[in-house]
Design a protein around this ligand. Structure first.
Ligand code: AMP
Ligand code: ZN
Length: 483
């Protein structure tokens, strides 16, 4: 099926046409590994996963998916420094070597990130690469050299900056996001990785080393510039190295449109002569109970916090996927309960289809076409699920004939390759664990019976019943079941 996507670059829903027919190359801005990702971040990664699965399953593309790991930036440096109160015992001793400590610190959070996304149903095998920024420093340096040589960058006090004014004279800036140049201050330089739109100015490509911070050597036209890359240059270089330019789709949360993605476009075009991607897809924010998620409001959740409360990770996945990625997602506990119910409703239907044994024929192709049609239309999961529930509500799964049953199971297998929250199987037998003390009572009762002490055996049976279990005599001995 043809896929259409809203493209932030053109502000329109457009037919997706890849650079290389049959292949979809997707770059997703990944996590900055200085902390446990919160569920807002998870929305961005779940959207990227949903999109690449729709491309695979509905669009039949061969997907090349890259999600980077930002393991060098202002925050990772700040929190891995000697004496940081963010350094955890599990990370071992701090070595005092800033590069080594940065690596230990970020690898710890990278492994937590991989654990989290795995629980959320994102499959590691779907990535062609999860590149660490620190492993692509030479490619970033090469790009910085190109930018300066092409006249769009300059060296100042050991750092290298992007010359926004020179770039704006030659090309454009602000394609994704309406940038207000009213406050543009020529010659003002920004060193921070993240900044407000009010402070649009020359941004840093390479930062001069500071005492006690990690650094890499950089020989630049005879100058020695030890330092480290700015955040934006990382994605420009990794996208080109791993996918080639231009690739097809770049994803991230709406907050990344400016400055991160604007700067990425400017850098890639200024240095490589090519824009990174033809489609830019941005997910809206996740809010908690109607408020922006923040640590100070105490409404900040990591995945671990939610699992501790007994929530199933797949209900979180399903809840987030049930909303359209371009609308604000309001996270509530009631919403998770509703998602659990809806997911279970579909699961029960699948179990019933599995055991179908009737004569009724249904048109599976038409439900498949309508559900996939909605997914193909800008990944509209709420409309796709509405189609699915409309079908489920009017279908009796147990009366289906063999052909309809097989077609329906094949459709649910495909659909689950997108949602990844169901089991396509028969209803599993529920195994009830009998507590050890109840088994001990049953054994004592069996012994009392053999001893013909019926008063004791009756009283033991009574105790077992009071615990909510039933003991039955069988040919081989006895059996305990839940009442
Ligand atoms: P970071 O690790 O801060 O670079 O963010 C990783 C991803 O999470 C980026 O794509 C952000 O746009 C996205 N993101 C951050 N906060 C939220 C939120 N509350 N809702 C949705 N996406 C978010
Ligand atoms: Zn990025």
């Amino acid at each position: 099926m043809n896929i259409s996507l809203y493209n932030t670059l053109t502000k329109k829903v457009e037919l997706f046409t890849p650079v290389q027919p049959g292949h979809a190359k997707v770059y997703s801005c990944g996590p900055t590994v200085y902390n446990h990702a919160h569920i807002g971040n998870m929305r961005a990664f779940l959207f990227a996963d949903l999109l690449q699965r729709v491309l695979r399953v509905v669009g039949q593309y061969n997907v090349h998916w890259v999600m980077n790991i930002t393991d060098i930036d202002d925050k990772t440096i700040r929190d891995s420094k000697v004496g940081s109160d963010k350094w955890l015992a599990e990370m071992g001793e701090q070595s005092g070597n800033p590069n080594a400590d940065l690596s230990t610190f970020t690898k710890y959070y990278e492994s937590k990130f991989v654990e989290d996304i795995t629980k959320l149903g994102i499959e590691a095998t779907h990535f062609i690469s999860m590149p660490r920024a620190t492993e692509f420093i030479p490619a970033m340096q090469e790009l910085i050299r190109n930018i300066v040589r092409n006249g769009f960058g300059y060296v100042a006090e050991g750092s290298v900056y992007f010359n926004l004014n020179a770039w704006r004279d030659a090309d454009s800036y602000g394609k994704l996001f309406q940038v207000d140049f009213g406050n543009f201050r020529e010659g003002v330089r920004i060193d921070a990785d993240e900044y407000e739109r009010e402070s649009v100015s020359d941004f840093v490509l390479w930062k001069a080393t500071k005492d006690g911070e990690p650094y890499w050597d950089f020989e630049f036209d005879g100058e020695h510039l030890p330092g480290r890359p700015g955040w934006h240059i990382e994605c420009s270089a990794m996208g080109k190295e791993l996918l080639g330019l231009p690739f097809d789709i770049h994803t991230g949360g709406v907050d990344l449109r400016f400055p991160h993605h604007e700067d990425e476009i400017a850098q890639s075009k200024a240095g490589y002569g090519v824009e990174p991607a033809s489609f830019w897809c941005h997910n809206e924010f996740l809010e908690v109970e109607g408020k922006k998620m923040s640590k100070s409001l105490g409404n900040f959740f990591t995945l671990h916090d939610l699992l501790e409360k007994g929530i199933d990770a797949l209900d979180i996945r399903f809840a987030m996927m049930s909303a359209h990625y371009q609308s604000v997602f309001n996270f509530t506990f009631d919403g998770i309960t509703a998602a659990h119910k809806a997911r279970t409703r579909v699961q029960d239907f699948i179990y019933d289809v599995w055991s179908a044994n009737g004569t009724e024929h249904i048109d599976v192709q038409s439900v498949r076409t309508s559900v996939f049609g909605e997914l193909a239309n800008d990944v509209h999961t709420p409309k796709a699920l509405a189609q699915l529930f409309g079908f489920i509500n009017k279908t009796n799964p147990t009366t289906l004939n063999e052909q309809s049953k097989q077609e329906l199971l094949a459709f649910f297998t495909e659909l689950n390759n997108v949602f990844n929250v169901w089991q396509i199987s028969s209803r599993p037998e529920v195994i009830i664990e009998i507590p050890e003390d109840v088994i001990a009572l049953a054994q004592q009762r069996w012994q009392a019976k053999k001893d013909k002490n019926f008063a004791l055996s009756d009283s033991l049976r009574q105790q077992i019943t009071e615990r909510g279990y039933v003991v039955k005599d069988t040919k081989e001995g006895f059996e305990v079941v839940k009442e």
